[in-house]
Design a protein around this ligand. Structure first.
Ligand code: SF4
Ligand code: SF4
Length: 376
């Protein structure tokens, strides 16, 4: 296991604890190796799109209205340039219910694909902060070495550069979030005005910046493991037909080390441990689906590279369902998946209809009670 704790020989030990906490209850720091491969590249390209959208949306306007604004303080909400007021709250209410049903159905079919491919926490952590860390500190072994070595000029320069960049990025993210709440014009006004006029906003900004800095510098994968409610719900949402990142134990077990030119008997897993080394939550996917798996696909890429190197078929770790692996069936779009997907589209259609068909003005006329004023 690629962390600073070492690991147990007991193959069932993973059931008793999580990989990021040692037997004395202390945090085990993760040093995942840099993922390389097809899925990582896809996720990287997709993350560029997300980041451009996240940092760019506050600058987009439609008919002089921002594209999105969630001004909780003034109770004003703008979606796709259309203004919503508190009396439109039912649209948001139905939107929330739709969203929860959507999440539940989506997860039953597609597992935690959202966590790996679209969750802002994963995008910021793995595609921004982690990549800066790889760039400054080097790969996992160098990071471990740097952590354990005594302070010298090299360590000071690397730590100062990394933490400064982390803080700047956290500040930028906090500002961008603020512009989703108060709008970019208000934000720019605050930036250009004297500090004393907006000290309250500045303090809130620094609090948010510190929160992001704390999360991406120290808390990291713990968000997914212990803080995220969606992550905690996986145990009840996933079933044996859900698509998850899974190890094909039917093909892989009987694992043993690879020897050149041997006539290989037993399983295809060559027990190289690379799938564990790249895992940002430190788990061994060969133990089966686990709560800590955020579906990041790093282990798929790692194993595919190994399989290619030793001349075996790729896909020992892949997107599959537990039943699919047990029954040696390829991933197919089952009737249940089709039915759920239709329901998902219907829900999106309903919410879109409610958003589009809402009229700009809505008035309710109520007959006022007549007051009789008696004169003495
Ligand atoms: S098991 Fe694989 S997919 Fe799951 S978190 Fe670890 S590396 Fe990512
Ligand atoms: S990367 Fe593949 S071959 Fe290596 S230990 Fe993991 S499952 Fe086995």
């Amino acid at each position: 296991m690629n962390n600073d704790s070492g690991h147990s020989d007991n193959k069932d030990a993973f059931r008793d604890s999580i990989a990021t906490i040692d037997s004395s209850g202390k945090r085990v720091w993760m040093f995942p190796s840099m993922p390389k491969g097809k899925y990582y590249n896809y996720r990287k390209y997709l993350s560029y799109l997300y980041l451009v959208l996240f940092f760019g949306i506050p600058f987009i306007e439609i008919n002089d209205s921002p594209l999105f604004l969630i001004n909780i303080l003034e109770r004003k909400f703008v979606l796709f340039g259309v203004i919503f007021w508190p009396q439109d709250f039912f649209v948001f209410g139905i939107g929330m219910i739709t969203f929860i049903v959507f999440i539940a159905l989506f997860t039953v079919i597609y597992g935690r694909v959202f966590c790996g491919w679209a969750c802002p926490q994963t995008i910021f952590m793995e595609m921004l902060f982690r990549r800066i860390e790889f760039w400054i500190d080097g790969d996992a072994s160098h990071q471990k070495q740097l952590k354990n070595q005594a302070w010298n000029a090299d360590k000071v320069i690397k730590r100062v550069s990394k933490l400064s960049l982390f803080f700047l990025l956290s500040f930028l993210i906090a500002n961008t979030f603020l512009s989703y709440i108060i709008g970019k014009d208000e934000l720019f006004k605050m930036i250009t005005e004297p500090l004393s006029k907006n000290s309250g906003t500045l303090i809130s900004l620094l609090i948010f910046t510190s929160a992001f800095f704390f999360i991406y510098t120290w808390f990291r994968e713990q968000v997914c493991l212990i803080a995220c409610p969606y992550g905690r719900m996986q145990g009840v949402l996933l079933d044996k037909d859900s698509i998850v990142v899974a190890y094909d134990y039917v093909r892989g077990e009987g694992r043993h080390k690879f020897k050149k030119n041997e006539v290989r008997a037993g399983g295809d897993c060559i027990d190289c441990g690379l799938c564990v080394k790249v895992c940002p939550t430190g788990i061994d996917i060969r133990n089966g689906t686990q709560l800590e798996c955020v579906s990041c696909t790093a282990c798929i890429d790692a194993c595919d590279n190994i399989m290619e190197g030793v001349g075996m078929d790729k896909g020992l770790i892949r997107y599959a369902s537990e039943n699919g692996i047990k029954d040696k069936k390829k991933l197919t779009f089952t009737k249940r998946m089709k039915a759920y997907t239709i329901v998902l589209f219907l829900l999106i259609g309903l919410e879109t209809y409610l958003l589009v068909s809402r009229s700009d003005y809505d008035a309710t006329i109520i007959r006022a009670k007549r007051h009789v004023v008696s004169r003495a």
